[in-house]
Design a protein. Structure first.
Length: 284
């Protein structure tokens, strides 16, 4: 597996999935092993870093180094390692926090930005509508149990307990709970220490305002039944960017490449289109 050297000297790892790109792809969780992303329904040229403390990347020596705001420096080191003037970046869920942090700190280094089911209430004033989406699905015993567990306190006594809690909550993240979703929910272990570090530093208070300076073409993809992020805040986030479109996929929750792969690929390919046929990345 290839690696690169961060600004503090840490050796961080990444994977390359297919030819083309490179498209730097940031996993969510937070701190979930990126194997849950798969290849995003067959996309090529994905460069998938293991974030601090996840997978084969070491835990940060100082907890603040693992914060998403500070890990923007790691993305910049990866860009330099790849020899790219600008990056196309895909972020999913909590990974969009890192993508956004990089975009506002290094706006001239972002070529395109694709944010998939981004949590948005920390940036926008639009009230969350997740309760309304949850109410529409009440009555399914599996879903109701998952919601009750999700709304209770997270189990932080151990990494094993934390991952068990995540598994119980998993149905909340999907618009349906068929064999496809159940299998996907098993992929990608969460690292508790890395997850806590991820949120150890708050971003600047003017972060939302600074997004207006991000001029790179941006696409936000949301799920119309995403009970984790809602719909209205996701649409409001898109309005903060100077050059942004939003695609809301129906009958879809938090993982559109799993739940509605054709619709997800149609939106992503249309957006990335021409760029994905440019410079090719050789495996290192």
């Amino acid at each position: 597996m290839p690696n690169y050297t961060a600004a503090d000297g840490a050796e961080l790892h990444y994977e390359v999935l297919g030819d083309g790109g490179p498209i730097v792809t940031l996993a969510g969780g937070a701190a979930r092993h990126p194997e849950y992303l798969g290849d995003l329904a067959g996309m090529a040229g994905l460069v998938v870093p293991h974030l601090r403390g996840v997978g084969k990347s070491p835990k940060p020596e100082h907890v603040e180094t693992g914060a998403y705001w500070n890990q923007a420096r790691d993305v910049e080191a990866l860009r330099e390692h790849l020899g790219q003037e600008r990056l196309t970046i895909i972020g999913h869920s909590a990974g969009t926090r890192l993508a956004i942090s990089y975009a506002v700190q290094y706006p001239e280094r972002v070529g395109r930005l694709l944010l998939v089911t981004p949590p948005s209430t920390y940036l926008v004033d639009e009230p969350a509508d997740t309760a309304e989406l949850i109410d529409k699905r009440k009555g399914d015993p599996i879903f109701d149990k998952a919601v009750a567990t999700f709304q209770a306190r997270a189990e932080l006594s151990s990494e094993e307990a934390f991952n068990a809690w995540q598994q119980t909550c998993a149905p909340v993240g999907y618009a349906a709970w068929t064999a496809v979703e159940q299998q996907h929910a098993q992929a990608g272990k969460f690292d508790l220490v890395a997850a806590q570090a991820y949120f150890s530093v708050q971003p600047p208070e003017d972060l939302a305002r600074r997004l207006t300076a991000v001029r790179a073409p941006t696409l936000v993809i949301g799920g119309a039944q995403d009970c984790l992020t809602g719909v209205r805040p996701v649409r409001a986030l898109a309005r903060l960017f100077a050059n942004c479109e939003v695609v809301m996929i129906d009958e879809c929750g938090h993982y559109p490449w799993v739940e509605r792969p054709a619709e997800f690929r149609r939106a992503a390919d249309t957006f990335l289109g021409q760029f994905s046929r440019q410079s090719r990345l050789s495996r290192r």
